[in-house]
Design a protein around this ligand. Structure first.
Ligand SMILES: C=C1C[C@]23C[C@H]1CC[C@H]2[C@@]12CCC[C@@](C)(C(=O)O1)[C@H]2[C@@H]3C(=O)O
Ligand SMILES: O=C(O)CCC(=O)C(=O)O
Ligand SMILES: [Fe+2]
Length: 340
């Protein structure tokens, strides 16, 4: 077992769980996409996650505190060139603006992990989301050629450059987090080398919705990663904070959003919450986002590392491949199934 996409091959979906709605020709929200409006998608606007300057000399401490209290933060001075973010945004827009028939040429295959389609978690909910995605692991060349027989090069160059720079940023953040947890980097020696991690890039599109209060952009979920770095320029993302409720993560100029996933929650022995988040359809326009998922190599065995004396581990050791498989099979029960 060597890559993330090979792990997902073992958990095929059926096409109904992959093919998005034809958003080009839809004027109303069909029953299949109408969610019960239980909480009106409201958020508690008295709170917001912190914004941290990565060049601050106290960055490790600030990041650690944000991870403990919120499981999420925004980061500025992250070193990702702003023109690269602009280029990513414009390539994402170019992709999702293609006619549906064209996008379907790059449809994710039932046993596949990459390409165009619904979010994997769709299969666990009885309503569909107002969402279409495009998943990239490594080079997007094959799928890009299906979308654009000629104009695929720019897309590939931009996405590969972005993945490389995102992995560098992720390593920097990981080092700060390990420093905060007072964990020796040796136990995580794969962090040291570029290309040592398992990574994936998810392009998300939330088309303009005729009835936003009945549609769900992305249903509540936690990410299967150590952490995820998200680029967004439109509101809609909300995180659930214990005792507070849903809190909106409003775009901050030039900032990236970082949220803790299941794997860092395990590694930190639950000191960091793996934050539940969702996307609601607030603004009357199409929304795009780009998520970078950062995980250890799939054969890496993960267990609570940062134990202070007297603390007992809450989770047993699990390989990344085994955990990803559990999550693919049974979304909500993956974490509890490895609880000691
Ligand atoms: C590396 C990853 C992480 C994945 C699966 C695979 C590629 C696509 C990612 C997402 C992106 C959308 C939300 C999510 C929940 C989904 O359905 O697909 C994510 C999932 C996870 O975090 O589990
Ligand atoms: O679109 C967003 O803001 C969130 C996307 C997300 O949660 C994901 O891709 O896992
Ligand atoms: Fe997510």
């Amino acid at each position: 077992m060597s890559t993330l996409s090979e792990v997902y091959t073992k958990h095929p979906l059926n096409l109904q769980q992959i093919i998005p709605l034809d958003f080009d020709s839809i004027g109303t929200v069909p029953d299949s996409h109408a969610w019960p409006d239980s909480d009106g998608f409201v958020s508690n606007d008295r709170f917001s996650i912190p914004t941290i300057d990565l060049e601050d000399s106290d960055a490790a401490k600030l990041i650690g505190h944000a991870c403990e209290i919120w499981g999420a933060f925004q980061v500025v001075n992250h070193g990702i060139p702003l023109n690269l973010l602009d280029e990513v945004e414009s390539e994402v827009r170019r992709l999702f603006s293609l006619p549906t028939t064209q996008k379907l040429k790059a449809l994710r295959s039932p046993g596949g992990a990459t390409g165009y389609g619904l979010a994997r978690i769709s299969s666990f909910f009885n309503k569909f989301m107002w969402h279409e995605g495009f998943t990239i692991m490594g080079s997007p060349m094959d799928h890009a050629k299906e979308l654009w027989p000629h104009e695929y090069q720019k897309f590939c160059d931009v996405m590969e450059d972005y993945q490389k720079k995102m992995e560098e940023l992720a390593r920097t953040l990981m080092r700060q987090i390990l420093k905060y947890l007072a964990t020796s980097e040796e136990e995580m020696n794969w962090v040291g080398s570029l290309g040592g991690a398992s990574t994936a890039l998810q392009l998300n599109s939330y088309p303009m919705c005729p009835d936003p209060h009945r549609a769900m952009g992305l249903a509540p979920h936690t990410d299967t990663s150590l952490f995820t770095i998200l680029h967004q320029r439109t509101s809609g993302l909300q995180i659930l904070k214990e005792g507070v409720g849903w809190v909106s993560v409003h775009p901050v100029t030039r900032a990236l959003v970082v949220n803790i996933g299941d794997l860092l929650h395990i590694l930190s022995n639950a000191r960091f919450p793996c934050v539940l988040h969702r996307v609601v359809m607030k603004e009357p326009k199409q929304r795009f986002s780009v998520a970078f998922f950062y995980s250890p190599p799939v054969d890496f065995h993960l267990y609570p590392l940062a134990l202070s004396s007297g603390q007992i581990p809450l989770y047993r050791s699990v390989s990344v491949a085994e955990y990803v498989g559990k999550k693919a099979k049974n979304l909500d029960k993956a974490l509890s199934s490895i609880r000691i």
